[in-house]
Design a protein around this ligand. Structure first.
Ligand code: DGJ
Length: 737
């Protein structure tokens, strides 16, 4: 999502300010074009390797054309090529409920006279530029009812990517009920496809799972506001394609922090269709006369270089176009988080002691986690009463923050603003502020209820206490947690129409709070935690520089989670802590734990008071080494060299965008941790990617180094020095001038 839109969170206003609309014509940007042809009227949106076509079909119906490699676009120019009409129906660009057609509808509304069918015809188009990239707008109108539907498509030519979204407008005098408005529909070229999704559960987030799409609809969705079971991501390849670095790949993700849905349908004519957007389960929207409704953005692309190419496009998109603040220019600071060391039992003296050790190790940001506010002795009380606990911090947070700052570090704090414990003054004063349904038990999760952020008073309260906290304290980092799924999502006090708008209003208000805080406190960096990996998407990444990847910090497991995460999201946003391993493995070498955490945004989460001199010395060395190469890791391109789901090895390479530096991490795990069915260790040699073939690189293995040409490194590769179970290494390559 473009930064300007997301940060101001006034999409429609921002659009009208930012867009200079001109009649449809050729608009050039970075070598890309939006070209309009006549006879038939056809628009071709081009990126370096792909074309996206839209065609004006019979009866003014807007039809989906070719989406895929540039070469395929010419099919539409031949009489025997793919046509927008199939089996007597038009393959619509914006499929809706109504008419004679077989696609999954992206739009379903009900008019006041209970007519549920739409008949949309093309009424015009306009194009322009938005933040340096071309976009086109297609206007559709209903043939009878006063509904205007505009589809926007923005082209990111260098990234081979596009963004799509709809704006609905009620131009009449009666309400229109929106039952479903997806962000977009994509029609893939004929063929059979496999879907790779990122799914799992708490502690096993982002596991890539690939399955063949067969007749019918494969739906990935969430309906309780937490994306832990699935990330809002899809990747499609022709069936049977397995090459990580080559092959046609269609991919995308959704920029929405509420309930979402991605459907991959194989329709009766064997055309594969992807739709994505808000999950309208248990929701609708009342479009009042004169009102507009804008959907979130569906971000998608085509890349001929397999999943590797798709991920590189997504990473660059998120880093360059989405992440807020300075994130695209500056790598993240090395942080320490106190959670595993002290849990809820925090106090000033003990945190300062941890901070002193952290500073000695090279940590730049000290974060105090849960437990600092009134009544918070365990997870059974306190959420909602966001005042500093006077027993734990008699003089407030001031002395601790000053001590941390005095040690040369920034100070950060944990919050969980969307939650309330029944055992809190807030809940006792405002029981109706929590989501609830009459005559139904309100289930607690982790002893807490969910505040109804759709309510304007709850939104105001939340924004005010967070604003006050950040105004009164020198806090440079907020870890925003969210530790339960939503249930009994009722709002009986609201007018009937608004009750079923709850999920959408909640998601919008949450983003609005977050955006307002960023605008008022631009010096603060945010992390979206959500019990680890529970809320990661391009929209949250427009307000939070980074995310807590998983609560599972066991490095053997973590290599799998990090591998999957990298399909959709960049290393810049992936926070990893070195911990004392509280899951199911002990005694993994500290160096292995460091290497695992260094393959992203490094943090420390161990109980440093238990570390001896040897651990501290190693940690200091590793943090210093990390700082030398973190720019390449966090802001460079990432290549997955070994898949831990296939063998007991994992390897990943990061290359700076100018190819002058590369960092390779290689790991050997334990044979018993392999997925069932995997039998091979895989070759130990690692063929590298993204280097300058003409240049010579110094390859630094730590203990020794050698000079090798980029060409050989990419053809014959390097041999990482791994020595038995849980061994690892980091190899740094620098181009010699
Ligand atoms: C869940 C998070 O994932 C942990 O890191 C920690 O912040 C706890 N919540 C605190 O309650």
């Amino acid at each position: 999502m473009p930064k300007a839109l997301s940060v101001r969170f006034q999409p429609l206003i921002a659009l009208s300010l930012l867009l200079l609309l001109v009649p449809a014509a050729a608009v050039l940007c970075d070598g890309a074009a939006i070209r309009t042809d006549s006879n038939p009227t056809r628009w071709t949106l081009s990126t370096a390797h792909s074309s996206y076509q839209v065609i004006l079909g019979a009866d003014s119906v807007l039809a989906a054309g070719w989406f895929g490699p540039v070469s395929g676009a010419r099919l539409f120019q031949t009489p025997e090529g793919i046509r927008p009409e199939e089996g007597g129906t038009t393959v619509r660009e914006v499929p809706c409920r109504g008419g004679y057609q077989a696609l999954t509808p992206a739009l379903e509304v009900v008019f006041e006279d209970n007519v549920r069918e739409l008949e949309l015809v093309y009424s015009g188009s306009a194009s322009g530029e938005l933040e340096g990239c071309p976009f086109i707008r297609f206007d559709l109108r209903d043939t009878y009812y006063p509904l205007q539907v505009s589809e926007y498509i923005r082209v990111l030519p260098k990234l081979d990517m596009y963004e799509k979204w709809l704006v609905l407008e009620n131009t009449g005098k009666k309400n229109i009920l929106v039952e479903n408005a997806q962000s977009g529909s994509l029609i893939l070229p004929p063929g059979q496809y496999e879907l790779t999704q990122l799914s799992g559960e708490w502690g096993r987030e982002f596991y890539p799972r690939t399955s063949l799409l067969t007749a019918g609809v494969k739906s990935i969705s969430i309906n309780a506001l937490k994306s832990q079971p699935h990330a809002p991501f899809f990747l499609l390849r022709p069936a049977g394609e397995r090459d990580e670095f080559n092959g046609d790949t269609w991919f995308g993700e959704l920029a929405w922090t509420g309930n979402w849905r991605i459907d991959c349908a194989v329709n009766p004519n064997e055309r594969t269709q992807v739709t994505g957007g808000i999950n309208w389960w248990n929701s609708h929207w009342n479009l009042a006369p004169g009102a507009k409704f804008e959907t979130p953005k569906l971000i998608f692309g085509f890349n001929p270089e397999g999943p590797a190419g798709a991920s590189r496009s997504l990473h660059r998109y998120l880093v360059d176009h989405v992440l807020p603040g300075n994130a695209a220019r500056e790598p993240a600071k090395v942080l320490y988080n106190s959670w595993y060391a002290t849990e809820f039992r925090v106090n000033s003296a003990q945190q300062i002691a941890l901070a002193k050790t952290a500073a000695e190790l090279g940590v730049e940001l000290f974060v105090m986690d849960d437990g600092w506010f009134r009544g918070r002795k365990d997870d059974k009380a306190g959420l909602g009463d966001w005042n500093v606990d006077p027993d734990k911090f008699p003089q407030g947070l001031g002395p601790l923050i000053q001590a941390v700052n005095g040690l040369g570090m920034d100070f950060g704090l944990w919050v969980e603003p969307e939650m309330v414990n029944p055992n809190s003054d807030l809940y006792r004063a405002h029981p109706d502020w929590a989501l609830h349904t009459p005559h139904r038990k309100a289930h607690t999760g982790r002893s807490q209820l969910v505040l109804n952020l759709a309510r304007e008073d709850v939104k105001k309260f939340t924004l005010e206490w967070l604003d006050k906290l950040l105004s009164e304290n020198n806090i440079k980092f907020i870890k925003w947690d969210m530790n339960r799924y939503v249930s009994e999502a009722g709002w009986p006090e609201a007018p009937t129409a608004e009750q079923r708008e709850l999920f959408i209003r909640y998601a919008r208000n949450m983003l609005e709070i977050w955006s307002s805080l960023r605008a008022r406190h631009p010096q603060v960096v945010f992390e979206s935690c959500c019990s680890g990996g529970g809320r990661v998407n391009p929209q949250i990444l427009s307000v939070a520089e980074q995310v807590w990847t998983s609560d599972n910090t066991d490095p053997g497991d973590r290599l799998h989670i990090q591998y999957g995460f990298s399909y959709a999201f960049p290393a810049r946003s992936m926070v990893n802590w070195v911990t004392d391993e509280e899951w199911h493995r002990k005694a993994t070498p500290l160096e292995f734990r460091f290497h695992c955490a260094m393959a992203g945004n490094l943090g420390l989460g161990s109980d440093l008071s238990r570390w001896g001199e040897a651990e501290k010395a190693l940690a200091k060395k590793m943090v210093a080494r990390y700082k030398q190469v973190r720019r390449t890791i966090q802001l460079g391109d990432q290549y997955r060299l070994r898949n831990p789901f296939e063998a007991d090895r994992m390897a990943v390479e990061f290359v700076s965008r100018d190819s002058s530096e590369a960092v390779v991490f290689a790991f050997q795990t334990l044979e018993t941790t392999k997925m069932a069915g995997a039998s091979s260790r895989g070759s130990t040699r690692l063929t590298l990617h993204g280097l300058d073939p003409q240049a010579t690189y110094r390859v630094d293995y730590g203990e020794h180094s050698e000079e090798i040409s980029g060409e050989i490194l990419m053809a014959a590769g390097i041999e990482p020095e791994l020595d038995g179970n849980y061994s690892s290494c980091m190899i740094v390559l620098r181009r010699l001038d």
